[in-house]
Design a protein around this ligand. Structure first.
Ligand SMILES: [Zn+2]
Length: 156
C-alpha cells in the first residue's frame, strides 16, 4: 500500500477492524503493524519515518479510544525490532535544522519500547530486548509453558 489517498489510512482500517471484531462474543486479538515505519528507516528517510509514525499514532489513538470505552481491552504498542539506528545529532527544539544520522540500512539490535493501556498494562513499560516481547505476551495470555527456543547453533 502507498499510505496515500485514495487508499484507506491505517487509522481507518484499524477502526473498521475493531468495529467488526467487537461484534464477536469471545473477545479478540487484533495486530496492527505500522510496517512502513520500517520501510522508511531501511531507506534512511527520516521525513517519511516521521510521517509513517504519525499515521501509526492515529491507529493507536483509535485502539485507545475503544479500550477506554470498553474497559476490558489491553492495548499494547511495541516493535519487533529497530531499523536504521537513527540518531538526532543536533537541531532546534522546534524540529528545524535537525541533523539526522543513521548507523545502518538494516534492522539493529537496539531495545524496543513496550507500552500498554488496560488490564495487565502494569507489566508493560520501558525498553526491552525484542526477544522478550513474545514471552511477555505469552505470560499475559496465560500461555504455559512458553515454547522452548530453538538453538541457533548447528546440532553436533
Ligand atoms: Zn525491516
Amino acid at each position: 500500500m502507498t499510505t496515500r489517498r485514495p487508499e484507506p489510512t491505517i487509522k481507518e482500517m484499524t477502526s473498521r477492524a475493531i468495529e467488526i471484531l467487537a461484534k464477536g462474543k469471545k473477545g479478540f486479538i487484533l495486530m496492527v503493524e505500522g510496517s512502513q515505519i520500517d520501510w522508511a528507516n531501511h531507506a534512511n528517510d527520516a521525513e517519511e519515518s516521521a510521517r509513517q509514525t504519525l499515521l501509526f499514532d492515529q491507529a493507536v489513538e483509535v485502539a485507545l479510544e475503544f479500550a477506554v470505552k470498553d474497559q476490558r481491552t489491553l492495548v499494547i504498542v511495541t516493535a519487533d525490532h529497530e531499523t536504521g539506528g537513527m540518531a538526532i545529532n543536533g537541531g532546534s527544539v522546534n524540529g528545524e535544522d535537525l541533523k539526522i544520522a543513521w548507523t545502518s540500512k538494516g534492522h539493529t539490535g537496539a531495545t524496543v519500547p513496550l507500552y500498554g493501556y488496560g488490564p495487565g498494562a502494569q507489566r508493560l513499560s520501558g525498553f526491552h530486548e525484542n526477544i522478550d516481547i513474545p514471552r511477555t505476551f505469552a505470560a499475559l495470555l496465560g500461555v504455559k509453558p512458553f515454547p522452548k527456543e530453538k538453538s541457533l547453533m548447528p546440532a553436533r
